[in-house]
Write a protein that binds this ligand. Structure first.
Ligand code: GRF
Length: 247
């Protein structure tokens, strides 16, 4: 059986990579590519017998030449999907355009709130009551693009950056494998900038041998009408009931 290939890009510890490997969505991880030679996630990939590559950004004089080398390394595997999992490089418009509709990212906030770095610290400083994570298609604007799924967690009064990020990371590890699964099953549809999950597909049916896996999102713009029954993708509000003080 031919499984669709995915390529995972990392820069660090690779816990989301691990979550995807362990969840075993119906795809083949053709390669894990890091821009940092010392990324711990590379060791994990090697242990699992997954092919790895390093495209060290420090060896390039411009973003464009780095992106071109990265693109060549990715395209050698003809992936149906490219998964950014803690990949800490800003990608050029040309790179993002090349992978339009088959490049996804996980970001540790409820986008569009808190794009960029230090999301947990900023959320705590603002006193927000809910924080979370988002899986989204990548567009050329940083940490934006059609949202596939989100998970929210309550912020506790005694939270620190470390405790909040740990609680959210648990949800990232649920959310990202699920989004990858939907994609490789060909169930994600982008219409008018919003993502729907095709629920008409029996999830027990493995469609991974379809030649057109991912085709549903190739035309990022309009893919026709999407029934309300297919909305939402998922919003996993994973929390105990909020503690509302009496009037
Ligand atoms: C995660 O928090 C992810 O949301 C962000 O970078 C972190 C990567 O962690 N984009 P890991 O390398 O997957 O453990």
């Amino acid at each position: 059986m031919t499984l669709p290939a995915i390529v995972v890009l990392i820069s660090g510890r690779g816990s989301n990579l691990r979550a995807i490997v362990e969840a075993a969505p119906p795809c083949r991880i053709a390669a894990v590519i890091s821009n940092r030679p010392d990324a711990p996630g590379l060791d994990y990939a090697r242990e699992k017998g997954i092919r790895t590559a390093v495209i060290d950004h420090t060896g390039f004089t411009s973003r464009d030449t780095f992106d071109q080398a990265l693109r060549a390394a990715i395209d050698a595997h003809s992936p149906a999907l490219v998964v950014l999992a803690g990949f800490m490089r800003i990608l050029s418009d040309a790179f993002v355009g090349h992978y339009a509709g088959r490049l996804i990212n996980i970001h540790p906030s409820l986008l569009p709130a808190y794009p960029g770095l230090h999301t947990h610290r900023r959320a705590l400083a603002d006193g927000v009551r809910l924080h979370g994570c988002t899986v989204h298609f990548v567009t050329s604007t940083l940490d934006s693009g059609p949202i596939i799924a989100q998970a929210a967690v309550p912020v506790q009064p005694d939270d620190t950056e470390a405790s909040l990020s740990a609680r959210i990371l648990l949800q990232e590890h649920r959310l990202y494998p699920q989004a990858v699964r939907w994609f490789v099953q060909g169930r994600l549809v982008i219409a008018q900038g919003r993502v729907c999950v095709d629920r008409s597909v029996d999830p027990s049916v493995d469609r991974s041998i379809d030649a057109g896996v991912g085709a549903a999102v190739d035309g990022v713009a309009a893919v026709g009408a999407v029934g309300a029954a297919n909305w939402p993708g998922t919003v996993a509000l994973v929390n105990p009931p909020l503690d509302v003080p009496p009037d």
